[in-house]
Design a protein around this ligand. Structure first.
Ligand SMILES: [Mg+2]
Length: 213
């Protein structure tokens, strides 16, 4: 069995994490207005697929370049990024432990350095055969990855995400992939289930029930 698992809002409480990042800025004299203005690099053209991926360290650089004092915020953000394990959902850890004999993969979409640091420092890397960070499409990333892998006849392929657009892309590329749409109470998004979602779950405890059946 190969299980591809999303990171943000599925394994990781991204909502709390981003709240804490914003709080660091606020506490260090950077207003919400400034925070928003420099949140993402808006220099790329609209329609560019690689456009606008968040990285707080890059955000700080932009705020600094605009003449604001950022030293303390910079230090605190670095510290926060080193301690991301507290944002991992407990049911996620239990799931990873229970299924550690299976081939587990993270498939995360976003800015590579920031995502990489967030995932690495969360302490769950050891459960995964590989961490895939993609910045265009998860379907393309998985396809490329699986083209080099051996898939046993009848082997179950499972994909888990909170975003319906990713589930749709995967299902179109791999109709045989079993898709789980996870909508957590703590998540930032609550996409509506569609025909590309085989199962809808609210946490990993529910995923286990389906897998064990
Ligand atoms: Mg997600």
């Amino acid at each position: 069995m190969k299980i591809f698992i999303d990171f943000d809002d599925v394994l990781f409480n991204t909502k709390d994490f981003l709240f804490d990042i914003e709080d660091i800025f606020k506490k260090n004299g950077i207003s919400e207005k400034i925070f928003r203005r420099y949140y993402k690099d808006g220099s790329e053209k609209k329609g560019d697929e690689k456009v606008r991926k968040y990285n707080p360290k890059e955000q700080i650089k932009r705020i600094k370049a605009a003449g604001f004092e950022t030293k303390k915020a910079e230090k605190e953000i670095s510290r926060l990024l080193k301690h991301t394990s507290k944002y991992i959902f407990a049911d996620g850890i239990a799931f990873l432990k229970k299924l550690k004999e299976e081939e587990l993969y993270i498939v995360s979409f976003g800015e590579k350095r920031f995502q990489g640091e967030k995932i690495k420092n969360s302490g769950i890397e050891k459960y995964f055969k590989k961490i895939l960070i993609v910045d265009v499409s998860k379907a393309v990333g998985i396809k490329k990855f699986l083209s080099k892998k051996n898939i046993e006849p009848g082997e179950a392929l499972i994909f888990l995400d909170d975003r319906v657009k990713f589930l749709r892309d995967i299902k179109k590329s791999y109709p045989g992939m079993v898709t789980f749409h996870m909508v957590r109470e703590e998540g930032r998004f609550s996409d509506s289930k569609n025909k590309y979602c085989d199962f809808q779950v609210k946490d990993f405890n529910e995923v286990i029930k389906f897998i064990e059946e």
